[in-house]
Ligand binder design. Sequence first.
Ligand code: S3P
Length: 194
Amino acid sequence: MGEPAHRPADPGPGRINRTIVMVGLMGAGKTSIGRRLAQRLGLPFVDADHEIETAAGCTIEEIFERFGEAAFRDGERRIIQRLLERPAHVLATGGGAFMDAETRARIKAAGISVWLRADIDVLLRRVERRTNRPLLKRGEPRAILAKLMEQRYPVYAEADICVDSIDGPADATVDRVVMALEHHLRGGLEEKAI
Ligand code: S3P
């Protein structure tokens, strides 16, 4: 299959000298879109949750169970701080990371944040595929996600870029992220959402 005619010109690895930080709720596609985006831009891809698990030597579920959410958030803040000191890459963060004011300030200083915004039905369909998210085990997933959307979307809106993550080919969402990045790097004088 050939490249779709509408594919935007990639900014090219040389132009991206800041880490691109994927932000959004569980199921928004931060890891899958982030990984593809990294490939497209010729940048390394890093998943913060995975780094936290490696550092802790256990899964996020186990960290929540053994040490509680506050300990997880401390670890998350420290790991992301360290990752932001690395050369430019695409960094997928866990859904709660951008809610931390310190982390948000560091991302603002060192990176370009991309909020993958998705509606509740899309999120639900995607999170149902996996059962390893401790926050979603605290009750009914739709109600939990709805509450998190209410709390978090106003904060996620502080991200530099917002792209709607919709069902369909992941490459179409990656295309829109690349276009939004181009726009942002040009100075982004028009509206933020693409
Ligand atoms: C969390 C999201 C998870 C993970 C942890 C907490 C959250 O990451 O960091 O379970 O607070 O939204 P994903 O967003 O990658 O699922």
